[in-house]
Design a protein around this ligand. Structure first.
Ligand SMILES: [Zn+2]
Length: 65
């Protein structure tokens, strides 16, 4: 069974909206993926809400968070 979760994020560099697929098993993790539009490295931070919903936040690589 796959449990991919589609989310829409905005690139922190160019502001383009991107569809991303998040795997529930990635909750609590972070990873870097290049923006499909401007090719800058976006840091994705995956977290699970109390109700089990996944949320994803994105950061620029040089941003402190
Ligand atoms: Zn971009």
């Amino acid at each position: 069974m796959t449990s991919l979760n589609e989310q829409i994020i905005s690139c922190p560099y160019c502001g383009e909206q991107l569809d991303v697929l998040i795997d529930v098993e990635e909750a609590g993790q972070q990873y870097i993926e290049d923006c499909q539009v401007c090719c800058c490295p976006i840091v994705f931070v995956i977290s699970a809400e109390l109700d089990g919903e996944l949320s994803v936040s994105v950061h620029a690589e040089n941003e402190s968070f």
